[in-house]
Design a protein around this ligand. Sequence first.
Ligand SMILES: Nc1ncnc2c1ncn2[C@@H]1O[C@H](COP(=O)(O)OP(=O)(O)OP(=O)(O)O)[C@@H](O)[C@H]1O
Ligand SMILES: [Mg+2]
Length: 320
Amino acid sequence: MRSLSGNSLQNQKLAARAENHPAARSQNKRGSRLEVEHVSLTYQEGTPFAVPALEDVSLSVHAGERLAIAGPVGSGKSTLLAVLAGVEPPTAGRVIHEGGEVTSRRQPPAGSIGLTFQSPENCLFEKSVLDDVAFAPRRQGLDEREVKNRVIDALSITGMNLEQFGHRSPFSLSTGEQRRVALAGVLAMEPAALLLDEPTAHLDPLTRRELIERLVRLNEATGVTMVMVGHDMDELARFAQRVVIIDGGRLAADGAAADLLTDTVLLAGHSLDPPGTVELCELLEKATSAPVTAVIEEVKALELLLGLIEKRTGGSQLCR
Ligand SMILES: Nc1ncnc2c1ncn2[C@@H]1O[C@H](COP(=O)(O)OP(=O)(O)OP(=O)(O)O)[C@@H](O)[C@H]1O
Ligand SMILES: [Mg+2]
């Protein structure tokens, strides 16, 4: 497996700059708190084409947490993210941002919530990658030096760099590159809450893994609230402290990632697989006929496996 700490200097720089992130500076290391209360949303309500997408969903997103939203295709995950961001007004119920209700008159302050759409490449519009990623920081009135720093940092988190891509037209990029640029544009805004709709789709395995690691580091360094929708359970296990499952537009489960992602019966009931670590634990249990507590951390799963090998070989195989 390729080392993830290969560009540690860059990571150190990122961590140092993350300490200066507005969420860290101005909110004493706290991201935004978001809530939806008894929210229902029906698309094209009152027409023959009405589609109920959310039904009576209540959810609190705590300041600074990393929350994952999982669920089958078409279950309402993207709709819930759009509702949380205040871009899709609910048909019933309320959305609360930092204690205040979001209405058409009272929206969250500009730049406080960053939402990346499921097809973010459609949101690119500037003539160069640099200008696209710089769009929000420029609107925030930052000087060009700070804008450039923000662009460099945001692109780095998504695994890109200014020298190679800054001058390119966003429309000449591959789909995966476009998605990374679009995400960088939202990151450059340095919002207090980041809502990410399948941010790793169309990316290669290593880039996906690195992106998740960098998002986790960013959250730890700045306290920015993060909500991520995803279908890859291994990724959700690496990312989330807490997980909710949406099914048929309803909140089906809400719990600590370590509890919920190891509950194979619950997951199967919502067409979801457990992470690979949990499947490994099940195999270990079968192989040893002894109870094995399922874990979602890869390091812990590896420790369990090594412990088993050690028991079987008396440790001799491990010392070669
Ligand atoms: N603009 C729209 N107009 C009408 N119906 C919509 C619209 N957007 C979504 N829907 C419907 O609302 C339901 C929930 O859609 P949503 O995109 O939130 O699901 P999802 O869980 O994000 O699915 P996926 O995993 O495929 O991304 C689906 O039945 C979908 O067909
Ligand atoms: Mg979706």
